[in-house]
Design a protein around this ligand. Structure first.
Ligand SMILES: Cc1cc2nc3c(=O)[nH]c(=O)nc-3n(C[C@H](O)[C@H](O)[C@H](O)COP(=O)(O)OP(=O)(O)OC[C@H]3O[C@@H](n4cnc5c(N)ncnc54)[C@H](O)[C@@H]3O)c2cc1C
Length: 290
């Protein structure tokens, strides 16, 4: 066990990466600190070095892209997202998700990067970003790389993120023209509790009245945030009145791996997720929530 934890307030991404690399896996990035602080307080983590990235201005930004999408820096807080006119105009789904995260004080500190890089269960923004087909840019000692967010979430406690790498930004492409969004979540309480299950849906009806685009993102039902591809396939090409929800549910069962915890059983989580998925799809197909 490490005797004492050192602290570095990095002023550039390169300085932070060099600091992480110098500790060979015994350094931890601090963004909003909500999760890191709690782990250290509970003596569940005792890294040799804390690398504070909150004073790196390049990581805190929201920029509209030329492709109709937008780029969000990893240090952007949930409150920044909620209040951003660009996000409201371009991908209102992300504002809707941010609005429901915990409470004002936590939204003010918690960052998008911290939410995506949380080991174990990712937060609610991951569901919307999966549904929106987001990509992320990661930087490490070898340079930068861009990957689909879907590929970032590998397994329980496993991200595609090296020991000396930093998530720099998230790129959200423009949603397909005419698509609508919906987000639903369920937790023990509305505020101040981690979500139990959340689902985001981006869907569009084609000219013939059938679903010609559907992408969903979920958390709470697998070791990581997931995209239920089999359920999406069961929905694609159907008109809203002709969806076989039993078939969608069966397909969905093969997308998820819910685990029982001290309070909720795996079967309850699966059932809840199916109900939320159906409601969110129906809501999106009816024109979205906002
Ligand atoms: C009481 C409570 C209720 C909550 N309710 C909700 C909720 O309803 N919905 C929801 O979505 N979330 C909820 N959260 C989670 C909260 O939104 C996240 O904890 C927060 O977004 C994490 O961000 P952070 O900046 O504080 O992360 P930190 O604690 O700073 O970091 C989290 C992890 O990510 C790593 N990390 C951070 N930034 C980077 C980066 N740029 N690159 C690489 N690694 C990085 C850190 O090393 C650490 O391992 C809740 C949290 C609490 C405490």
């Amino acid at each position: 066990m490490t005797e004492a934890t050192s602290y570095l307030r990095a002023t550039s991404v390169d300085e932070a990466i060099a600091a992480l690399a110098s500790q060979a896996g015994d350094a931890v990035i601090v963004a909003g600190g909500l999760v890191v602080g709690s782990l250290i307080n509970q003596r569940l983590a005792s890294p040799a070095l804390l690398v504070d990235i909150t004073r790196i201005p390049s990581l805190k930004k929201i920029e509209a892209g030329t492709d109709g999408g937008l780029t969000i820096g990893a240090l952007t807080t949930h409150d920044d997202v909620l209040r951003s006119d660009i996000v409201k105009r371009t991908v209102p789904l992300l504002c809707e998700i941010a609005e429901d995260i915990a409470c004002g004080r936590l939204r003010n500190r918690g960052t998008l990067g911290g939410s995506l890089c949380m080991m174990g269960q990712q937060g609610d923004p991951a569901t919307g970003l999966l549904a929106l087909n987001a990509t992320i840019r990661i930087k490490g000692p070898e340079g930068s790389r861009t990957i689909p967010l879907e590929a970032f979430f590998k397994d329980a406690f496993e991200l595609d993120l090296g020991e000396s790498e930093i998530l720099e930004e998230v790129h959200v492409p423009a949603a397909p023209k005419g698509a609508h969004w919906a987000f639903l979540k369920q937790g023990p309480r509305n505020a101040m509790d981690f979500t139990l299950v959340a689902v985001s849906v981006v869907a569009r009806l084609g000219g013939d009245g059938r679903i010609d685009h559907i992408r969903c993102g979920m958390n709470g039902v697998s070791p990581t945030a997931v995209r239920p591809r089999n359920a999406e396939a069961a929905l694609l090409g159907k008109s809203p009145g002709a969806i076989d929800w039993n078939a969608v549910g069966t397909a969905f069962d093969s997308d998820i791996k819910p685990e029982s915890d001290l309070v909720y059983s795996a079967s309850y989580k699966a059932r809840l997720a199916k109900v939320l998925l159906r409601r969110a799809v129906e809501r999106a197909l009816a024109g979205g929530t906002k």
